[in-house]
Design a protein around this ligand. Sequence first.
Ligand code: NAD
Ligand code: UDP
Ligand code: UDP
Length: 321
Amino acid sequence: MRNYGTARRVMVTGGAGFLGSHLCERLLERGDDVLCVDNFYTGTKDNVAHLLNHPRFELMRHDVTFPLYVEVDEIYNLACPASPVHYQHDPVQTTKTSVHGAINMLGLAKRLKAKILQASTSEVYGDPQVHPQPEGYWGHVNPIGIRSCYDEGKRCAETLFFDYHRQHKLRIKVARIFNTYGPRMHPNDGRVVSNFIVQALKGEPITVYGEGAQTRSFCYVDDLVGGLIALMDSDDGFTGPVNLGNPGEFTILQLAQKVIELTGSKCTIVRQPLPSDDPMQRKPDLALATKALGWGPRTDLNEGLGKTIGYFAARLPSAAV
Ligand code: NAD
Ligand code: UDP
Ligand code: UDP
């Protein structure tokens, strides 16, 4: 039965994770009723602890690889470990989360005639041979490497989204998210921005993999969450896929130097082996996001790093710079 409140009922899978927790917060702020679904694989209750007493917030422990019967109007499907260290820890579970998770959430959306958004990734472009990457580029992905559980899982999820759209007329939205960082990344997340900041604040050597000449384009979390909501709210005729990220491109060595400068740390830089299939370059072409959503990032790397450093500095017990 339709509830009698006026609030839109929105489900966020992976809602206790880094991006998900910020998204839940923003949806509550604008008056939505939020159901956060998470199995706490890489997310934590701490990320949403401040929301638990909110009258329009509900937290449910559930693994999306199993069916889920709830009643909602919109679904943001973010459940999936995103850091290479964590998604490679149990690669079979990673593929199951992307593929079985997508099937279950699409089945749920189909029964409810709900709108559903998939948190896809720039990883669908693999180690790209086109630069910057527009949505029309089909990618350069190894199907059998150590990153494949994530990359191919996300690619298959996109396929499922478009087949449910074509076959069952489901209202879908697919966001291809580029490297995003900010407060509430876990200190042991393993991704580059949190690793470097935590290392610098602890005065430990910064671990640059390979020569550090590979590039990434880093988006601040608040900008990204705005993009996800703008996409969900866009006309039903617009499905994406659409790139969301920040086009400012930096080498990993430049990032290391920036973090040292902004923290004022005396730490050194050490080289570690480059993991296999590590993409050499990545930068979003944002023409579609600009045109279709009127969206673009606002926070530059210095500002975003400053806020993220402040977050970690307040939480690390031995922040000895
Ligand atoms: P994260 O690891 O912090 O969050 C993922 C959340 O999903 C965690 O709370 C985790 O516990 C939960 N989860 C994992 N498997 C689950 C399962 N089977 N059932 C229920 N919950 C499960 O990562 P994040 O950076 O917040 O990423 C969120 C989403 O955005 C992911 O789908 C990720 O692939 C996508 N994405 C993120 C980035 C980025 O740079 N942050 C880039 C591209 C795509
Ligand atoms: N599903 C779910 N919640 C629902 C409806 C469906 O978890 O409210 C799951 C269901 O377990 C099924 C999957 O979604 O395995 C796909 O559903 P769909 O109706 O597309 O396929 P079918 O049930 O016909 O296999
Ligand atoms: N990286 C690094 N040191 C670290 C963690 C990551 O040099 O401690 C590099 C990694 O090899 C990659 C880039 O930083 O080239 C981004 O890695 P991340 O795991 O954040 O995300 P990816 O974009 O590779 O999924």
